[in-house]
Design a protein around this ligand. Structure first.
Ligand SMILES: *[C@@H]1O[C@H](CO)[C@@H](O)[C@H](O)[C@H]1NC(C)=O
Ligand SMILES: *[C@@H]1O[C@H](CO)[C@@H](O)[C@H](O)[C@H]1NC(C)=O
Length: 390
């Protein structure tokens, strides 16, 4: 009897020990599973900053907000949109857009707090180049830095540059691109990055996030060029043109590019620019400037920023800018020198790759990095002779 009790007692003790052991194992395991992403990112960022000789907790060194970013709650997707008629027949891209349409604020990964400052003072930035890029487009950025987007003073006017980008890929791939972009940021001090997926349908979001940054960090910029990273922008001509404007030093409305009027939303689901009725109900878009490149005043940029919370996001960023202008009863203007639509050039008469043609323009799209470098140098060649042309 005594021995049986003792056996039962031993069995019970062993079972209890086993349970405790299992629990310990499971607890550790689940902790590891719950935060692989954040701890991993944190580790490589800290290690990266040390490697580059920076103090990871030093707020004044090139700014990187990984810690902040990973602790800020993400904007949740809105599953109510699944009730929209036809939702399940929309492409994955449109569905994704609808799920996150309400999200307008994303954490910054790379900031440029001193872009528009000189020491403690705000700098007189005449032309701020705001270039839509994406993590992979390293070559475009590298060429733009050496050509039309070079930070310089032209005719006494300061030209400054920012690339605006989100994130690409996921997991290790995403980390690789983020690391590349962070190195560029540290070297050139010209990248603004936010933690959102850099996709075609998130371009409007990118614009809004940029305007929020400008309002905070560079409200004094007199003019802005907003454009793609594959255009030829004749920034010297732009400065001269903007300088010649009568009674506008950036403090009045100004929005100029290639204006599209009477454009309408594409309603066939296969179209690249397909917009379901639910997203945009009217059958015509307000006038807007083609998004490959347009010029605007600092005043107008901030007016658009202020009105944007009242204008629901449309995924097509250039149309969205037109919608904000319309909401404010403002109009975009056309400039002959801005050619952003592929059916304008080259015509039979002009050669898109002719430096004498480019010399007279403000903006033309689109070019490979190699052609951009070559043409920019050609256009600036003092030996270039164009007398018999144009
Ligand atoms: C890093 O910066 C923090 C805050 O600025 C400071 O307290 C710390 O001493 C610095 N560490 C080193 C190694 O410089
Ligand atoms: C926009 O970015 C958010 C945040 O990364 C992402 O969840 C969403 O899927 C993106 N939307 C589109 C249409 O790519």
């Amino acid at each position: 009897m005594v021995s049986i009790l003792r056996v039962i007692g031993i069995c019970a003790t062993i079972s209890l020990l086993m349970v405790a052991l299992l629990e310990l194992l499971y607890f550790n395991e689940s902790q590891n599973i719950s935060t692989p992403q954040s701890s991993h990112n944190h580790d490589w960022t800290a290690a990266f900053l040390e490697e580059e000789g920076h103090n990871a907790s030093d707020k004044t060194s090139p700014s990187s907000n990984w810690q902040l970013e990973r602790t800020t709650p993400r904007c949740e997707r809105n599953t109510m949109v699944e009730n929209i008629p036809g939702f399940h027949s929309f492409s994955h891209m449109i569905q994704d857009f609808l799920y996150y349409r309400h999200c307008r604020s994303f954490p910054m990964i790379l900031d440029l707090p001193n872009k528009c400052r000189r020491g403690d003072e705000p700098e007189d930035v005449f032309l701020l180049l705001v270039i839509k890029s994406s993590p992979k487009n390293y070559e475009q950025r590298e060429v733009l830095r050496k050509t039309w987007a070079e930070e310089r003073s032209y005719k006494g006017k300061a030209i400054r540059r920012v690339f605006i980008i989100g994130t690409d890929g996921s997991g290790l791939e995403e980390e690789k691109w983020n690391k590349l972009v962070m190195r560029e940021h540290q070297h050139y001090n010209d990248i603004l990055q936010w933690d959102f997926k850099d996709s075609f349908f998130n371009l409007t979001l990118k614009q809004i996030l940029f305007l929020e940054w400008m309002d905070r960090r560079c409200p004094q910029a007199q003019f802005l060029l907003n454009g793609d990273d594959d255009v030829f922008a004749h920034t010297d001509n732009m400065v001269e043109y903007l300088q010649s404007l009568k009674d506008n030093n950036g403090n009045k409305h100004f929005f100029t590019g290639h204006v599209l009027k009477n454009a309408y939303p594409k309603r066939s689901p296969g179209d690249k620019y397909f917009v379901p009725l639910h997203v945009y109900e009217k059958d015509i878009y307000p006038p807007y400037c083609g998004g490959a490149g347009y010029l605007l005043s600092g005043y107008t940029a901030l007016v658009i920023y202020k009105i944007s919370p009242l204008v629901e996001i449309l995924p097509i960023d250039d149309v969205y800018m037109g919608m904000c202008l319309a909401e404010m009863k403002l109009k975009p203007d056309s400039h002959m020198g801005v050619k952003t639509l592929y059916w304008h050039v080259p015509s039979r008469k002009v050669d898109k790759y002719d430096p004498c043609y480019l010399k007279e323009l403000l903006l033309l799209h689109k070019f490979s990095p190699t052609d951009l470098y070559f043409l920019w140098k050609e256009v600036h060649d003092p030996k270039l002779s164009c007398s018999d042309k144009i």
